[in-house]
Design a binder for this molecule. Structure first.
Ligand SMILES: Cc1cc2nc3c(=O)[nH]c(=O)nc-3n(C[C@H](O)[C@H](O)[C@H](O)COP(=O)(O)O)c2cc1C
Length: 292
């Protein structure tokens, strides 16, 4: 493979102060100080470990906005989060919970667009950015998919056929939950919309590909919660779709060789909560400085 410089890395020499931050933060180690003292891109073999990771740290770190890469201009970046975001994030994380009762209406499309745009920034191993998102943002379409899956699930249950994690007893319990918490719907918890992260898993990074999907799921939940939307992360419907409903992947437009596990149901919550929960934290934290 020949050497290439496909990054369109440009330095505005009237702004650059020669601080070297771009060189010190470059994951691919492909920026160096040129003879004129300004940073420049080395030639490299390819993108990835031996080349540009496309992470744009050079653009983001520059204190004077002198660097553009991939034709991205620093002035188009969003500003840094304000310092008080720490307390806000803590409140967001400690108040997050599963929402299993939703209003029967579509979420404002602009809110979904805004969330999905931020989801482009979810981290991926090696900055591969290979995770794809299936978003069913129309409640009638969710209902159609639901109907196919729910009908099959019920028919199988009559024959005592379940997904690998369910059995007669557990299914019976979940049926009971349709009277209260999962109103009429033990499968999707009545969510009007679905979000599914999926990625092709291949080669030695296959485990990272799976982790990418699960990180995206967590980011999506918090973004939804920050916009006042309820979310429920679910593994059971994923099992139903993959183990009992052969046509599900086609309905959701998920290729057969993609890893997918969790579904996120989301929508406007039906029930307001007054405060956060208080999970057991101590037992999970192995903090070196607090060891006796
Ligand atoms: C990996 C994973 C799978 C889950 N699967 C389901 C599910 O299939 N159905 C469901 O109603 N909730 C599901 N949940 C939600 C958990 O049951 C829920 O997080 C737990 O009851 C604690 O409640 P909280 O989310 O309100 O803190 C899942 C959560 C996770 C993290």
């Amino acid at each position: 493979m020949g050497m290439e410089k496909k990054t369109h890395f440009t330095v505005d020499k009237s702004k650059c102060i020669g601080c070297g931050r771009c060189i010190d933060t470059c994951s691919g180690m492909v920026i160096e100080k040129g003879k004129d003292g300004f940073p420049e891109m080395k030639s490299f073999e390819r993108f990835g470990w031996r080349g540009c990771w496309r992470c744009q740290h050079c653009l983001a770190v520059c204190p004077v906005g002198a660097i553009s890469i991939f034709d991205k201009k620093p002035e188009d970046s969003l500003p840094k989060p304000p310092a008080e975001m720490g307390a806000y994030m803590e409140s967001l994380v400690t108040n997050r919970r599963s929402c299993r009762r939703f209003l029967d209406r579509n979420v404002d499309p602009d809110t979904i667009t805004s969330i999905l745009s931020a989801m482009e920034a979810a981290p991926t191993g090696g900055n591969s950015q290979g995770v794809e998102y299936t978003v069913i943002d129309d409640k009638d379409r969710v209902r159609e998919i639901w109907k196919v899956a729910y009908t099959k699930m019920e028919a199988d249950a009559k024959k005592h056929i379940y997904t690998h994690s369910f059995d007669d007893f557990f299914y019976g319990k979940m049926k009971q939950s349709e009277k209260t918490v999962r109103k009429d719907d033990l499968l999707f918890c009545g969510a009007p919309h679905l979000f599914i992260a999926h990625e092709k898993c291949a080669g030695k990074w296959a485990e990272d590909n799976k982790v990418n999907c699960n990180i995206a799921t967590a980011y999506f939940e918090l973004l939804c919660n920050a916009h006042g939307l309820g979310t429920v992360i679910m593994s059971y419907p994923g099992e139903v779709l993959s183990e009992l409903v052969p046509e599900a992947r086609a309905m959701l437009d998920i290729p057969n060789d993609h890893y997918t596990k969790l579904l996120v149901g989301f929508g406007y919550p039906e029930i307001e909560y007054a405060r956060g929960v208080q999970k057991e934290r101590k037992r999970k934290i192995h903090r070196y400085s607090e060891r006796g």
